[in-house]
Design a protein around this ligand. Structure first.
Ligand code: NDP
Length: 283
């Protein structure tokens, strides 16, 4: 196979393919990158790299770099499979899928749910969408880098769910950062707080997310256990105390606004799925 891009992630991908015994050709815009990567064939041009393999994996900085890098090799893609593991939006994925189809190539878009150190190990996974035939043909090969999971034939679905998972991660980090800033404004050990209280609490609360999702999908089936009017009143204390402790509430103030809006719009006796609904209808 061919790997285009030898940044931190592309290098890890190429290394995993080599370690799994797959003959691997690599290309990078700036020559000499990843000098420690051995056992690969280094192509001088993208066209040479693409024509070396039936499976081409591209992992560059962003969508613009993918367009720029692939354009000179467009005619080489006929009859091959392009797997794009570059972070992007659903619109980017659909456009690149159309481009690949025009070149006569099969296309899979992928969202890597791992950091480079996790590539080739059991913890990470990669979401794929696009050509199901390509996934059936190459899924086993792609499993050398991380567990592959096919999420649909619409090429945009992997990027959508990748970005949704990152949203969940950054939202969780935002709450954790605020919590650490708040507790470290007094003589509370951040390490002890994180290990003994914050992580167990977040772990317990993670269990409530599927119930919120079910309420969103099927409607709530009973009285709210933690109604929004109550939560909105309590949230005001969270922001007041933060300001009093000299902690900027910037990461959590939007949640206060949303809870207040939900109550104002008549959802005070409902549960948190009503907040998700407000987000979905925003704009
Ligand atoms: P790096 O910054 O380490 O590498 C960027 C790569 O993109 C380099 O190979 C660089 O080439 C290349 N590049 C940038 N612009 C162009 C261009 N115009 N034309 C050709 N090549 C270009 O990034 P990563 O390897 O870490 O990330 C790659 C992708 O993987 C990103 O989309 C990222 O979001 C995604 N990803 C990364 C994760 C991570 O933790 N690292 C986790 C999950 C996804 P050059 O050497 O010439 O500059």
């Amino acid at each position: 196979m061919t790997v285009l891009g030898l940044g931190a992630m592309g290098t890890a991908l190429a290394q995993a393919f080599v370690s799994a015994g797959h003959p691997t050709t690599v290309w990078n815009r700036t020559p000499g990158r990843a000098p420690g990567l051995t056992g690969v064939t280094r192509a001088k041009t993208v066209a040479d790299a693409v024509s070396a393999s039936s499976l081409i994996v591209v992992c560059l900085l962003d969508d613009a770099s993918v367009q720029e890098a692939l354009a000179p090799a467009a005619t080489e893609f006929t009859g091959r499979t392009l797997v794009n593991l570059t972070n992007g939006t659903p619109a980017h994925a659909r456009r690149t899928a159309d481009w690949a189809t025009q070149q006569g190539a099969d296309y899979l878009d992928g969202g890597i749910m791992a950091v480079p150190a996790m590539i080739g190990g059991p913890a990470g996974f990669i979401l794929y969408s696009g050509s199901e035939a390509a996934f059936e043909k190459y899924g086993a090969v792609l499993s050398a880098v991380a567990r592959p999971q096919f999420v649909g034939t619409d090429p945009g679905l992997a990027a959508l769910q990748d970005l949704a998972l990152l949203s969940g991660m950054y939202g969780m980090f935002a709450g954790a950062f605020h919590a650490l800033a708040l507790t470290s404004s007094e003589k509370v050990s951040p390490t002890a707080f994180a290990e003994q209280l914050l992580v167990p609490w977040l772990t317990a609360m993670l269990g409530s997310i599927p119930a919120i999702a079910r309420d969103l999908e099927y409607g709530a089936d009973g009285a709210a256990g933690s109604n929004l009017a109550m939560q909105s009143a309590g949230f005001a204390n969270l922001l007041d105390a933060s300001r009093a402790q000299g902690v900027d509430p910037v990461l959590l103030a939007p949640m206060d606004d949303l809870l207040a809006r939900a109550v104002h719009e008549g959802h005070g006796d409902e549960d948190l799925a009503a907040v998700v609904q407000l987000l979905r209808t925003a704009g």
